[in-house]
Design a protein around this ligand. Structure first.
Ligand code: NDP
Length: 288
């Protein structure tokens, strides 16, 4: 038996169509569409390429996406002033600061300067707090993409053993909160779990396994529980190939569902950014 592939391109396409419909409705009601600004510092080639792919998705959906490229020597103060101007501009609905940022800038500090209702990536400390309380629809994009993949399998998370490997601020931690909201029994593993030699035991129990580490082949295919859902967030360059954190060829023989890398979580993550743009826009309609 081979696992059913959770194709991120197909899921992203379906989600994009839903967002297009929502934008048409919002435009006919308000005469406006969301306007978002991505602040990029310096013109790193890979970051520019990623921004272009975001722009393409935004334009397809009907969102006005603007790229503000600032000089790589900008200070945190000047960047904060720029964010303040965007915060007070009623024509701008969403703001994000593209990663990576140069070393004089702390990404969390400047993200906290973004108005909470314009926080496109859901990384402002206020939105993180609201997420803990289940009080916001602006959710960090990668965890939101993982949840969409799980939703597409139609499994009910209530009471399921879900194991998350990786506890970063942008993936593992927020994801564990979203899973808890669905009443899953959540175990979060990290480097110390591996050091203690316990990773295999936790993974053997996982009805749903999500891995976000960034180490190719960290998770051996034969560790996976028969019939599990496996979501591989990891992106690793190995020679000329991009691979995930899970040993895919073996894992797919045991799992019921598995995401490929590339083409799994990545394409859906970009769409989730646009979903946040729409949520931010709707929030501002309510407020204003
Ligand atoms: P971080 O480096 O911030 O976090 C990695 C996590 O993995 C940490 O919590 C770390 O624990 C843990 N870890 C490290 N080594 C081990 C180990 N041997 N066993 C168990 N856990 C371990 O990475 P990100 O969360 O930012 O990204 C993770 C991966 O996901 C990367 O490959 C990244 O490229 C990819 N990614 C993909 C996205 C997509 O859209 N598809 C979006 C974002 C990220 P500790 O901190 O304790 O060391």
């Amino acid at each position: 038996m081979s696992a059913q592939l959770l194709d991120g391109k197909i899921l992203a396409k379906n989600l994009k169509e839903d967002l297009c419909t929502e934008i048409v409705g919002l435009k006919s009601k308000t005469g406006k569409a969301p306007v978002v600004v991505n602040i990029m510092i310096g013109d790193d080639h890979a970051a520019c390429a990623y921004a272009k792919s975001q722009q393409k998705v935004a334009e397809y959906i009907g969102i006005d996406y603007r790229l503000n490229i600032l000089g790589k020597d900008i200070t945190e103060d000047n960047l904060s002033k720029h964010i303040k101007e965007l915060n007070s501009n009623p024509k701008i609905n969403g703001i994000m600061v593209h990663k990576p940022v140069p070393k004089q800038i702390n990404h969390q500090t400047v993200s906290n300067r973004i108005d909470m209702v314009k926080d496109l990536e859901g990384v402002n400390v206020g939105n993180v707090g609201k997420m803990l309380l289940g009080q916001t629809n602006i959710i960090p994009c990668t965890p939101a993409a993982v949840m969409e993949h799980i939703k597409s399998t139609k499994i009910d998370l209530r009471g399921k053993e879900v194991v998350v490997v990786g506890h970063s601020e942008i993936v593992g931690k927020p994801l564990s909160l979203l899973l808890l909201q669905e009443m899953a029994t959540v175990t979060v593993c990290h480097v110390a779990t591996s050091e203690a030699g316990k990773l295999v035991d936790h993974i053997a129990r996982a009805d749903v396994l999500i891995v976000a580490v960034g180490k190719a082949g960290l998770i051996k295919g034969d560790w996976i529980k028969q019939g599990a859902v496996v979501i591989d967030v990891g992106i690793n360059q190995v020679g000329s190939k991009i691979v995930g954190d899970v040993e895919f060829d073996v894992a797919k023989k045991k799992a019921a569902f598995i995401t490929p890398v590339p083409g799994g979580v990545g394409p859906v993550t970009v769409v989730m950014l646009m979903k946040n743009a729409i949520e931010a826009f709707k929030c501002q309609l309510k407020d204003g």
